[in-house]
Design a protein around this ligand. Sequence first.
Ligand SMILES: C[S@@+](CC[C@H](N)C(=O)[O-])C[C@H]1O[C@@H](n2cnc3c(N)ncnc32)[C@H](O)[C@@H]1O
Length: 240
Amino acid sequence: MQSYGKFSKFYDQVMGDRSAAANYIRDLIEVHHPNAKTLLEVACGTGGLLGRLSESYDVTGLDRSRPMLAIAKQRLPNIQLLQQDMTSLRIGRRFDAIVCAFDSINHLQGFSDWRKTFRGVAAHINTDGLFVFDVNTTGKLQRLADGPAWVKQFDRDLVVIKVIGGKGNKFTWDVKIFAHRKRDDYQLIHETIEERTFRMQRILVTLRSHFRMVKVFDPEGKRPSDRSERLYFVCGRRRG
Ligand SMILES: C[S@@+](CC[C@H](N)C(=O)[O-])C[C@H]1O[C@@H](n2cnc3c(N)ncnc32)[C@H](O)[C@@H]1O
């Protein structure tokens, strides 16, 4: 089963409200492309972020996971949602802005897939359009792998998340949900999500072959690096 099959039902309560990310992304778009009207979110998942962005843009969502899209459909019944793999985008129209958020791109295991995604995005963006995406860095995932599990209770469900690995910059989010059924009866739901990191410089060099303007930001305001908690890339003025 593809990732998020079992986790999809719990995704929103575990990940929480996506307003802060939506505001940050909206600000980046406002600064770099204030006239943007149409927006595609690649890997939109359950549509939490997409819903927020729909307050400012005419949005379309895309994800590979059918269970995640089913939840997005309930949340956003009037918004076009497409089931596609981000490494082979084929939409038949262009957008003013394309967004790929919450380390979705880290889900791609080979850098050739990152390249295919960048190429596909560039082909679906208007000449003045903007591509905004974020990544988890090696530093952040290694810190999580070296640290303790994250344990939280939601109502009566207990969620335990541990990042493991690190070899070859490959990490696994090991997600265990003890879902309450009745009295002291719990069902264990276990899912693993693989993430891969690549160096910031390598990402920047590749992006520059598709876009003339490429910037990278650390949302904590620090100098962007492979040790940042998260990096946001903003790309514009596509080539060709
Ligand atoms: C961490 S979630 C992010 C969801 C949403 N962007 C958000 O901010 O809440 C990652 C999403 O990436 C999607 N995904 C992973 N690999 C994908 C691929 N190759 N093509 C399209 N979607 C993919 C997953 O199905 C999942 O919905």
